[in-house]
Design a protein around this ligand. Structure first.
Ligand code: ADP
Ligand code: MG
Length: 363
């Protein structure tokens, strides 16, 4: 009984400054009772959609302090409405999106981050290890030092030493490899990748904030990928790095035949530099135009995506059928795609479901 009171104090301490609601406090208390964490400390970060708290637990054997991070999604907000674009068209969340129920939506969002993080972490990409998920509260390993100082965001990273220029360009190549690995091994596009969602420590990049990441079959995944590529390029160019064009990077990330393991992956990127034609100032300007064109290109991924049956039937009716990019496919696809779509969805969903049965939900 006394223990419970003491634990409650610990949970209260974390919430006193940030005014968390009763449900969130109950979940934190539950995590303390189950030994996920022992104490929850102050906020490391307060964002629009979530707060991240530092927490600690103690090693059973050695008694050493182990740092943790707890991301608490805010349940009483409207900013999530923009997030619809990330979830619509994701087979993993079919039927699970309900704009009317904020709490449910935020829970879904935390779930998405947990799953994506697990995939990314399991692929050996430096990132927090997801530890526990309950409703809108996610516990993960802490990226920082033993005293509880989080690693800086890449944006705030200070590189020192002899050849800072070389260090930045190595980080750039490291990141391109990570992006490729996320795409090829995890089958994900980060979709909010920038110097703000990457932490830096000792020459190494850590990927965080993956709740909005989508699978490549998401209707807008390639658009998100191009956005990620642009953000990354802009940042490293500001750091003076000689960057590759967005198109080259896009092709590298999505090409099936390139390696996905280091050091082969970095070597493949070095080769891209060698293969790149040397350019004059004029051509550079042209390349920038090409970058811009590339960014705005629409790359359809699936037939279903270019296929708006009502509009297309209208067009066909007006005798404009030959304008449809897939007109030659139309004949056999009119009935087929739905059937086929269903099959893959069903099987993948049940696979995801089985994988997720280990997630803590009940209790
Ligand atoms: P938001 O959705 O608010 O952007 P993030 O997941 O990006 O949330 O986290 C916000 C900040 O919290 C990060 O910039 C980082 O400083 C810190 N942070 C998040 N996760 C961790 C972690 N596992 N370890 C250490 N710091 C973290
Ligand atoms: Mg973030």
């Amino acid at each position: 009984k006394q223990d419970t009171d003491k634990d409650k104090d610990k949970a209260d301490r974390a919430t006193s400054e940030q005014v968390l609601d009763q449900r969130t406090r109950m979940i934190l208390l539950q995590m303390i009772n189950r030994g996920v964490v022992s104490e929850v400390h102050g906020a490391i970060s307060t964002g629009k959609e979530a707060n991240v708290y530092g927490a600690v637990t103690y090693d059973d054997k050695t008694g050493d302090t182990i740092q943790r991070a707890i991301k608490v999604y805010k349940t009483a907000i409207l900013v999530f409405k923009d997030r619809e674009r990330y979830i619509t068209g994701e087979h993993r969340f079919k039927g699970g999106f309900d704009k009317g129920n904020n709490r449910k939506m935020v829970k879904l969002w935390a779930e998405k981050e947990f799953r994506n993080l697990r995939r990314i972490h399991n692929a050996g990409i430096p990132s927090p290890e997801p530890l526990s998920l309950k409703l809108h509260v996610l516990a993960m390993s802490f990226l920082g030092d033993k005293k509880g100082w989080a690693y800086p965001r890449l944006r705030d990273a200070v590189l020192d030493g002899d050849d800072v220029e070389k260090q930045w360009s190595d980080l750039y190549i490291q990141l391109l490899g990570i992006m490729r690995r996320i795409y090829q091994v995890c089958r994900l596009v980060h979709a909010d990748l920038s110097e703000y969602n990457i932490l830096y420590h000792d020459g190494k990049l850590y990927i965080i904030d993956v709740s909005q990441s989508v699978e490549p079959d998401h209707p807008r995944s390639l658009e998100f990928l191009r956005m990620d590529i642009k953000n990354v390029g802009d940042f490293f160019r500001r750091k003076g790095v000689d960057t590759l064009t967005d198109r080259m990077i896009f092709n590298f990330i999505t090409a099936a035949e390139e390696p996905v393991e280091e050091p082969a992956m970095s070597e493949a990127i070095e080769k891209l530099y060698v293969a790149r034609p040397s350019v004059t100032e004029d051509q550079l300007a042209e390349l920038e135009v090409d970058n811009e064109v590339f960014r705005n290109q629409y790359i359809p991924q699936t037939l279903e995506q270019v296929y708006d049956i009502e509009k297309d039937v209208q067009r066909l009716g007006k005798g404009e059928g030959d304008q449809l990019v897939y007109s030659n496919l139309l004949a056999d696809q009119v009935v087929a795609p739905k059937e086929e779509g269903k099959k893959t969805e069903g099987s993948e969903e049940s696979e995801e479901g089985a994988e997720d049965s280990s997630d803590e939900e009940g209790a």
